[in-house]
Design a protein around this ligand. Structure first.
Ligand code: MEV
Length: 306
């Protein structure tokens, strides 16, 4: 990472949503993991914008437009005026692994020192450009790392969750995800058209997040898998899955995963499969035959490892 006048390196985590995405926008609890392979940001001299070589992006040239707007919102909220930020990313962009939240939080940390509340406000200004009605879940996972339970609010309710065993997670990307803001708006439209059905689905997600919390505490992989399958079904019902995401879930299950679901905003992007540690290699191999980006993580009582 370059820049003669670099002041310091700020970082933030990527994220993996285990349960409750989309429903979380409507006040339902969700469970997420902050992944230490995230992004690092340094403030440097040069034309204002984000320079992210890993994504082939330099917003100083005026594109992509949403990133130009998000960068402007971030700098305004941070009170710095337009600045250049050099970004090293270990997560792919736009596939549901929290690239925008990691970018927002690490950038806000690069601009604002020793004031986490101000960092949260600046990061939220950027995130709301990408997400529209963002719940703040991605931002919380990017900020804290670890396994968290999150409920939307002002302030949000966030706490660390215990993991009572060894739980393998395999993530595979089916390609670029759709705009999160558009997916969130689509779910809102469906709930508004069928309020009783939508209300029932949100209640079901809320109940399953409670079950997932207990299954995580017990380290019960089979139960977590079954709950992921149910959550995926509900995400299909919200209208955010695709044929490619469904097929990837079946590939993972057929290879020995205990369960699988789409993760993040949907419309493309990633699935996450949960499995016993001894099956994770076979699950990853099966997914790798069709998907370029496949990553494995292990949740243990001591933390999250890649
Ligand atoms: C996107 O990663 C998560 C969503 O629930 C949106 C949000 O929580 O802001 C789809």
């Amino acid at each position: 990472m370059g820049g003669v006048n670099a002041v310091r390196v700020a970082s933030a985590c990527g994220k993996l949503l285990l349960f409750g995405e989309h429903a979380v926008v409507h006040g339902v609890p969700a469970i997420a993991v902050g992944l230490s392979d995230g992004v690092e940001v340094v403030r440097v001299d040069g034309p204002p914008g984000w320079h992210v070589p890993a994504w082939g992006v330099d917003t100083a040239t005026g594109a992509p437009e949403s990133m130009v707007h998000a960068h402007r919102a971030l700098c305004e909220a941070a009170g710095t005026g337009p600045v250049r930020l050099a970004v090293t990313s270990r997560i792919p962009a736009g596939c549901g692994l929290g690239s925008s939240a990691a970018l927002a939080v690490a950038s806000a940390r690069a601009l604002i020192e020793d004031d986490e509340a101000a960092v949260a406000v600046a990061a939220a200004a950027s995130e709301s450009v990408f997400h529209g009605n963002a719940s703040g879940l991605d931002q919380a996972a990017a900020t804290r790392g670890g396994v968290i339970r999150f409920v939307r609010g002002a302030p949000p309710e966030v706490r660390d969750l215990a993991v009572g065993g060894r739980v393998a997670l395999v993530v595979a990307s089916v390609g670029a995800g759709a705009s999160t803001a558009e997916m969130v708006a689509g779910v809102q439209r469906r709930i508004s058209r069928f309020p009783r059905v939508g209300g029932g689905m949100l209640e079901a997600v809320s109940a399953l997040v409670g079950c997932a919390e207990r299954a995580l505490a017990a380290g019960d992989v089979d139960e977590l898998g079954e709950l992921m399958d149910i959550n995926h079904g509900l995400l299909c019902a919200f209208g955010v899955s695709t044929g490619a995401l469904d097929r990837a879930c079946y590939t993972a299950r057929d290879a020995g995963a205990a369960g699988a679901k789409l993760t993040g905003g949907g419309g493309g992007g990633c699935i996450v499969a949960v499995s016993a540690e001894e099956h994770a290699v076979a699950v990853a191999a099966a997914l790798r035959s069709d998907h370029e980006i496949v990553r494995s993580y292990l949740l243990t009582p001591d933390g999250v490892t890649a």
